[in-house]
Design a protein around this ligand. Sequence first.
Ligand code: SF4
Length: 114
Amino acid sequence: MSNETPSSRYLCQRCGNCCRWPGDVRITDAEVKKIAGFLGIREPDFIEGYTRLNSNRTGLSIIDRPGGAGECIFLNGVNECLIQPVKPLQCSGFPNQWRFPGWRQICEAIEDVS
Ligand code: SF4
């Protein structure tokens, strides 16, 4: 039986399922700068090619792969993040800093009992 509580911590298993979850992947101005630098492109080119307005039109989100099934454009194969060292806080914070309803059905992270 699981002893999971709202404050439990989880260890990501790199299944990549959250990278295929539909919805906004919000990025801040600082993250735009960092990701564009990592990709070696100009910020306006990154914004033009890899972002869209998020659903409540308050900022930018990373786009899905064109023609894909809702996966992030930076997901390569099953579970490789092409911007892993500079991925947005929304990505690195899941599932320990925030969770969405039903997250346990898609996320393979295991509870950290150490
Ligand atoms: S769904 Fe959970 S275990 Fe899978 S990559 Fe995302 S955070 Fe890690």
